[in-house]
Design a protein around this ligand. Structure first.
Ligand code: NOJ
Length: 731
């Protein structure tokens, strides 16, 4: 090599900054993700790292709980944004700024709350759980992911898998009910649906398990408050759904607002660092909830935003959502030695990994597409409709009044009859009321001509005390053969920051039911709501009750199908309906009382009105005697239990079989029964189908202690299915 070449090479190498040299590696799409992450990390300054851990908003916010911004001055090097627009244009402009104006060209990841659909809104998660069809829920999440990604969103803040046993809490609508296993199954299904096999495809988004952890235990159903959770309960009730979601490959987790027995979840080293990142080896991102870092101050856990940031990052929280604590204090905390640089690096590493996994470095921009290419495609609407019909629960059907006989005159009465907005439920994403088929419209289409078979009166509003519409409602009911009474909750009555002190319907709606009963006409009650309701006064007034939840855009179409018998209802409750508010909390998997014959309420029944797993069909199912491949097994053996179910009625029907396990005696007391598996099958009239539960003793019969250690003890276990039981001995 001659001298000139050597000098030239040395000069060139000196001129190149390390990042220019490394740039070729982190920008190399063929290099392994971990290498790309390390390369990029090694080029970053502390200030650049801090920006990756900062999240704020962009676009017009439609959620009244959050404050959206139209921001021109967002730094080009920001890590993530919550994106409120429903088209990619603003995102692409902002992304261009990040790619071209930030020193390293790191793409921004855009998040959003697509909770039960993006534009094609499907039923609220609580309703979805009642369909017991996780593969259908998975398909719905895939629809949501496609619509979101094509609109400029890479990351959805869903699923919410907070076990919840207090229906006063508005957020029960957003989760999958009172049972840990059910929440876990739907967590895994959602993750598969959102993320698909390849998160970097143009149609998938990153999922976010939330709110980690124990938020569902909010005292008295009030939102954002203290939660008293022992380590035992944390492990046996609140953590299992998260473990199942993490195992399914969830890319991110959101920490919760609640204070867990003295340590807020946002800065909880045991939950975040030790369990999630340590024991479960979660290598994704933990994002705080909205302003939760800042809220450590009113929670009494930090004296300033700086201390709140210190406690959060040290506990393992990676991204600070909108508090600006990391933005304003993290660099200073590192420089003064309170936060080790390695901990910042570890958080940034996770954010970069997410971005590589999403393929953002290769495809930072979202291609523009028309609304019709993205939204409400017939095949996607069909999924929303099927999920809605499977989620509806027939709670009462006296003398088989349903399905309705053709040719009868039906009076649709009540404030829900022509509603569209309410049927969307909370967190409606980009959903629009005009996309929703109302009950009235659904019935009109189902019945066809003549319209004269369908009558209508609103009767009253959802609330207040105005009874002036009662007379018209009575007159209309008088002309009909049957009254279909449409009651329930407005959209804003459940969801975040929407707790209620009573879960009864407002007095005016109950009064309307009384008025209708006085007409002597048979009454079919349709209920649309985001939580279990107190129905003790209204239930005796009605001949049939159909819980339609907040079904999303399909709205009245499946309702009409069920009323007319085109669809045989198959939903079963994923959350108990208390007899009255005073029974709360009441849930199926409680522990045994010391005195099973005493301790009841003196003024009301101690039983709930409708328990977890309850739901009627137009047909009848008969369960055979369960059989097991063995009745005694070793702790590491396996056994399969099976049961035959026969459809003994006139209609084809779909049955969900729930398998419960009870351990009558254990060194840690256990719930009276716990759901461990479920399976749903169509059984034609007269047909018999087999259902099986493959038992792994440690997973299905065993239990966790207060440190999360799973164990199985020798002894007798009871497996119950329907009203049948079988015993298995573990040696
Ligand atoms: C607060 C809610 O608790 C959370 O569920 C949501 O994802 C964030 N806000 C962002 O909107």
């Amino acid at each position: 090599m001659n001298r000139t070449i050597i000098i030239g090479t040395v000069a060139l190498l000196t001129a190149l900054s390390p990042q220019t040299l490394w740039a070729q590696i982190y920008k190399d799409r063929h290099a392994p993700i971990e290498e790309r992450v390390e390369d990029l990390l090694s080029c970053m300054t502390l200030e650049e790292k801090v920006l990756q851990l900062h999240q704020r908003t962009i676009g017009k916010n439609k959620n009244s709980n959050n404050i959206g911004e139209k921001i021109k001055d967002i730094p080009a090097g920001i890590g993530s944004l919550i994106y409120y627009e429903d088209w990619p244009e603003v995102r692409n402009d902002m992304q261009k700024k990040a790619m071209e104006e930030s020193r390293l060209g790191i793409p921004i990841v855009f998040g959003y709350d697509a909770i039960h659909g993006y534009r094609t809104i499907y039923p609220i998660p609580l309703a979805q759980a009642c369909a017991w069809n996780p593969s259908l829920a998975e398909k719905a999440c895939a629809v949501s992911a496609r619509e979101a990604r094509m609109s400029g969103v890479d990351w959805t803040f869903s699923p919410m898998i907070d076990v919840a046993r207090d229906p006063r809490w508005g957020r029960v609508a957003e989760g999958y009910g009172e049972d840990p296993y059910t929440n876990g199954v739907f967590a895994a299904a959602s993750v598969r649906g959102y993320q698909g096999n390849k998160m970097d495809s143009k149609e998938n988004v990153a999922a976010c398990l939330k709110h980690y952890v124990g938020y569902g235990a909010s005292e008295a159903g009030r939102d954002y408050v203290y939660t008293e959770i022992s380590r035992q309960t944390l492990w046996d009730t609140y953590l299992p759904p998260y473990e199942m979601g993490v195992k399914a490959g969830a890319a991110t987790v959101m920490s919760a607002f609640n204070d867990i027995s003295g340590t807020p979840a946002t800065a909880h080293p045991y939950a975040l660092k030790e369990i999630l990142k340590g024991q479960w080896a979660f290598d994704g991102v933990i994002v705080s909830d909205w302003a939760a870092v800042k809220q450590l101050v009113p929670q009494g856990f930090a004296s300033s935003l700086k201390e709140a940031s210190l406690k959060s990052i040290r506990a393992g929280l990676d991204i600070d959502m909108v508090s600006e604590g990391y933005l304003n204090h993290l660099a200073e905390l590192v420089k003064e030695g309170s936060v080790p640089m390695e901990e910042v690096d570890e958080a940034v590493r996770r954010v970069l990994r997410l971005k590589f996994r999403l393929g953002l470095f290769e495809r930072p921009y979202t291609p523009e597409s028309s609304e019709s290419e993205r939204f409400l495609r017939p095949q996607d609407v069909a999924i929303a409709e099927r999920l809605a019909e499977e989620s509806m629960v027939l709670l009462k059907n006296k003398d088989n009044i349903l399905p309705l006989t053709a040719g009868k005159r039906i009076a649709l009465i009540g404030p829900m009859a022509k509603e569209q907005e309410a049927l969307l439920g909370s967190w409606k994403g980009q959903g629009k009321a005009e996309d929703v088929t109302s009950i009235w419209e659904g019935m009109r289409k189902e019945i066809g001509e003549p319209d004269s078979l369908l009558l209508y009166a609103k009767g009253c509003d959802f609330e207040k005390e105005d009874e002036s519409g009662f007379a018209e409602a009575r007159a209309v009911a008088g002309k009909a053969d049957i009254v279909v009474l449409c009651l329930g909750e407005k959209r804003s009555w459940s969801g975040e920051n929407a707790s209620r002190s009573t879960i009864a319907l407002p007095n005016i709606q109950e009064r309307l039911a009384e008025e209708m009963q006085k007409t002597g006409k048979p009454i079919v009650l349709l209920l649309s709501n985001g939580r279990p309701l107190e129905l003790c006064r209204i239930e005796p007034l009605c001949d049939a009750i159909l819980e339609i939840w907040q079904p999303g855009i399909a709205g009245g179409r499946p309702v009409a199908g069920i009323l007319t018998g085109r669809i045989n209802p198959s939903g079963k409750l994923a959350m108990t309906f208390p007899y009255s508010t005073g029974q709360i909390p009441v849930y199926y998997n409680r522990r045994g009382s010391a005195r099973r014959h005493q301790g009841f309420y003196q003024d009301i029944t101690s039983n709930p009105l409708y328990s977890f797993g309850y739901g009627l069909s137009y047909t009848t199912f008969e369960y055979g005697t369960p059989r097991a491949t063995a009745t005694t097994i070793g702790k590491d053996g396996t056994v399969t239990v099976g049961v035959e179910v026969t459809n003994t009625g006139q209609y084809d029907g779909t049955e969900t079989v729930h398998w419960y396990v009870s351990d009558p005696y254990c060194s840690i007391t256990r719930p009276l029964k716990e759901l461990k598996y479920f399976e749903k099958q169509l059984i034609k009239a007269g047909e018999t189908r087999k259902f099986h539960f493959h038992i792994d003793p440690l997973r299905d019969l065993g239990y966790v202690d207060g440190s999360g250690k799973r164990f199985v003890e020798s002894g007798e276990y009871v497996i119950s299915v329907g009203k049948e039981q079988i015993k298995i001995e573990v040696k």
